[in-house]
Design a protein around this ligand. Structure first.
Ligand SMILES: Cc1cc2nc3c(=O)[nH]c(=O)nc-3n(C[C@H](O)[C@H](O)[C@H](O)COP(=O)(O)OP(=O)(O)OC[C@H]3O[C@@H](n4cnc5c(N)ncnc54)[C@H](O)[C@@H]3O)c2cc1C
Ligand SMILES: Cc1cc2nc3c(=O)[nH]c(=O)nc-3n(C[C@H](O)[C@H](O)[C@H](O)COP(=O)(O)O)c2cc1C
Ligand code: SF4
Length: 357
């Protein structure tokens, strides 16, 4: 586009949009022949983007994933400018300071919140050990899988790179690993899917269905729960020839989704004639039929011939370790373990908690 404008005018042309890496700058100057490049969101994600590009500032660029969740998304819901990966946005005048007293902390859970917590504690001079029983990145490893979201992988790669110097113990942390061994525990154990009691529901999938190896082809799929995760799964399964239907107990779907993504997702569902049953709950399932109960109407509704059920009815915080530890050691819950949210809230709660420890 910029190249075409340049061909038709002698005025200076400024290229703009998703310049998120040094290689983008070189490519745009050489291929688009622009005179200048304007950079927006990459400077929100990392105000040192240009300094790092010019190698005047050390360190890896904290990348913008073009998600809009924190910046435009938070502005649109009245919370002001934020960023999913930069918790310092809006707090530029309150920099991190070195801790007065150096302590030894265990961070339990190497999801995005746990990694951010470990990095922040370390920057403040504390000793940190990070426990992860499965995979660094936690449930956010699933976030780049739905169509159009691959750029989110950058955030996982960035935080993994930043924790590389931190001691990581690859095991499930138990009480005996922690009591008497650390000054405090950062509880970043995340969340797990909430599965409602549904009579007859035996086999079901969750977001792990998004892994290429798990994606069904040409099946009849019922998504139970039309929040952002359910809607993204629906739109991904459509691409593989599946017939998808969605049941949501509230009066609208994708209510928790950033507005631009929501619009695109809803358009795709509409274009593919996906039946969406709002104000309805799955009441029971028999071998061949699913019975829905309407909130506002006094009659039941029936869907037949479903091959696969996907349950995306929300998440619940994983707090078992919190209860087990009791008050034997100071505990600081962060991220989804504290309150179910998104990457913006996970990163911010990690940073803000550890900023004051
Ligand atoms: C499919 C999907 C798509 C999503 N898309 C987006 C999106 O586009 N944008 C967005 O902002 N958010 C998105 N989210 C939500 C986002 O991923 C979460 O809010 C966020 O990642 C929560 O991070 P967390 O670190 O608090 O928890 P988690 O990611 O759940 O991490 C917890 C970690 O703790 C580990 N753990 C638990 N107990 C122990 C123990 N005792 N010892 C050692 N390790 C332990 C677990 O293995 C896990 O790695 C998505 C979620 C899903 C499932
Ligand atoms: C938080 C935010 C606010 C924006 N506000 C405006 C605006 O008021 N007017 C406008 O023309 N563009 C606005 N934009 C679009 C940007 O000017 C720019 O075109 C866009 O972000 C693409 O560039 P980038 O990928 O480098 O961010 C806004 C973008 C963001 C993220
Ligand atoms: S919230 Fe997302 S799009 Fe906005 S600046 Fe941060 S990483 Fe970029």
């Amino acid at each position: 586009m910029a190249k075409k404008v340049k061909e038709h005018t002698s005025l200076p042309v400024i290229g703009v949009g998703q310049v998120t890496a040094p290689t983008d700058i070189a490519t745009i100057f050489s291929e688009q022949k622009v005179d200048f490049i304007a950079i927006g969101r990459s400077l929100i994600a990392d105000p040192d983007f240009i300094g790092k590009y010019l190698q005047l500032v050390e360190g890896r660029i904290r990348p913008c994933s073009s998600c809009l969740t924190g910046c435009l998304g938070r502005i649109k819901i009245g919370k002001g400018l934020q960023c999913e990966i930069n918790p310092e946005v809006g707090r530029e005048l309150e920099p991190l300071v070195h801790a007065d007293e150096i302590k030894n902390y265990a961070v339990i859970g190497g999801g995005m919140a746990g990694m951010e917590a470990a990095i922040t504690l370390r920057q403040r001079g504390h000793k940190v050990t990070l426990f992860e029983k499965d995979e660094l990145g936690g449930q956010f490893n699933l976030a780049p899988l739905p169509s159009g979201k691959a750029s989110l992988q950058k955030q996982i790669d960035y935080l993994k790179h930043e924790v590389a110097e931190i001691q990581i113990i690859k095991k499930e942390a138990k009480e005996e690993d922690l009591i008497g061994k650390y000054d405090g525990v950062i509880l970043a154990t995340g969340s797990k899917p909430f599965i409602p009691q549904i009579n007859g529901l035996k086999e079901y999938k969750w977001a792990e269905i998004l892994y290429e190896r798990n994606i069904p082809r040409n099946k009849n799929v019922l998504i139970i729960g039309g929040g952002s995760i359910g809607i993204e799964i629906a739109n991904t399964l459509i691409d593989y020839g599946n017939n998808v239907q969605i049941v949501e107990m509230l009066d609208d779907i994708a209510r928790d989704m950033e507005m631009v993504s929501r619009k695109l997702n809803l358009q795709k569902l509409k274009k593919n004639n996906v039946p969406v049953y709002t104000n309805k709950k799955v009441e029971r399932i028999t071998d061949s039929s699913v019975f829905l109960k309407s909130k506002n109407v006094f009659s039941d509704f029936r869907i037949d011939h479903i091959d696969i059920y996907v349950v995306t009815a929300g998440m619940s915080s994983e707090k078992e370790l919190l209860y087990r530890l009791g008050n034997r050691i100071p505990i600081y819950p962060i991220g989804d373990a504290e309150k179910i949210g998104d990457l913006v809230s996970a990163i911010q709660s990690a940073y803000l908690t550890c900023k004051d420890l």
